[in-house]
Design a protein around this ligand. Structure first.
Ligand code: DGY
Length: 320
């Protein structure tokens, strides 16, 4: 019997063809809706490999009953949806998709920063709603980006790619990270500072840290109060790093000037969420790595990782 592979979202046939030629492959039929939990659990019980989305919970319950499972290839660089401890205990290899999405995610992060500070979304709405009656000196006046200070929280490869873009805008770049990055300091001219200094000194606070026990809830009322009241907060990492209620209050009180959010505590965020009612918030549906090329590269990497593990080889990008 061929090993069974379950893919939790409908992916292009061309991408999964190499798996289909060797294995018994089944895909969840929908492109835009998550596989129901009971189906995921049922499929996992007989699967040798799972190709999962960041919205699928690969927890202890799932792993405990997945007796044949050898590998979970997660279509994301983040893997906070996976219980690594339980996977290790069961000897299941976890892989992710670093590197291939770095530049694309940095592009989106910068686009979000620019859209928020220069009020691009508001301006688009303004014109389409027929509100533009005359040119006027302070019409939709935003905040400058060039020559300002960016504070990056989480200096992985995406952080470095964002810093490179910021340098092109003549920005000063500060960063805070679990460990210092001497090479980035030298090549990019970024400066390591404490978390509190990031908050106090940055015009743009950009969150690019992974979600884990250290970063969960890192931004609370206190942190927003320490920021400049002209500051713009950008989160392209994970929603749970931020206490959304505290962010909402900080925006309403004017502790900070705006927020660009690609990620939320609960995804999808409901359309009547109070954060979405604020003009100074630009919200995106978690599309950091979503360019056609990059998403295809991520899918291909997942397929290659599954092939490698099922053949007894080392996958390209195992989570350590
Ligand atoms: C990831 O890969 O973790 C990103 O959040 C996807 O956009």
């Amino acid at each position: 019997m061929k090993p069974f592979i379950y893919i939790t979202r409908k992916l292009p046939e061309a991408v999964v063809a190499p798996l289909k030629s060797e294995f018994d492959v089944e895909m969840w039929e929908k492109e835009d809706a998550q596989v129901p939990r009971d189906i995921l659990l049922e499929k996992a019980e007989k699967a040798s490999a799972l190709l999962t989305m960041l919205s699928d919970k690969v927890d202890r319950e799932l792993l405990q009953n997945a007796s044949y499972l050898k590998v979970v290839a997660n279509l994301a660089v983040g893997f906070d949806n996976i219980d690594l401890e339980a996977a290790k205990e069961k000897g299941v290899t976890i892989t992710n998709t670093p590197d291939v999405l770095t530049e694309t995610t940095a592009d989106l992060t910068f686009a979000l920063l620019m859209a928020t500070s220069r009020r691009v979304v508001e301006a688009d709405r303004y014109i389409k709603e027929g509100k533009w009656k005359s040119w006027s000196p302070l019409l939709l006046a935003g905040t400058d980006i060039h020559h300002k200070t960016m504070g990056i929280v989480g200096m992985g490869s995406i952080g470095e790619a964002v810093a490179r873009r910021a340098k092109g805008f003549n920005m000063e770049v500060l960063y805070h990270n679990r460990s210092r990055k001497p090479e980035a300091e030298e090549t990019l001219g970024v400066r390591y500072v404490s978390f509190d200094d990031i908050l106090a000194q940055s015009d743009f606070v950009v969150v690019l840290a992974p979600l884990n026990t250290e970063t969960q809830g890192m931004f609370q009322e206190d942190q927003f109060r320490k920021m400049k009241n002209t500051a713009i907060f950008i989160n392209a990492a994970r929603g749970a790093i931020v206490n959304e209620a505290a962010l909402l209050q900080a925006l309403k009180r004017g502790d900070i000037a705006g927020a660009g959010l690609d990620v939320f505590e609960t995804e999808p965020i409901s359309e009547d969420h109070p954060l979405l009612q604020l003009d100074q918030v630009v919200a995106l549906p978690h599309i950091g790595s979503s360019s056609k090329d990059t998403r295809l590269d991520m899918m291909t990497l997942c397929v290659e990782n599954i092939q490698a593990v099922l053949k007894g080889d080392n996958p390209k990008t195992a989570v350590k």
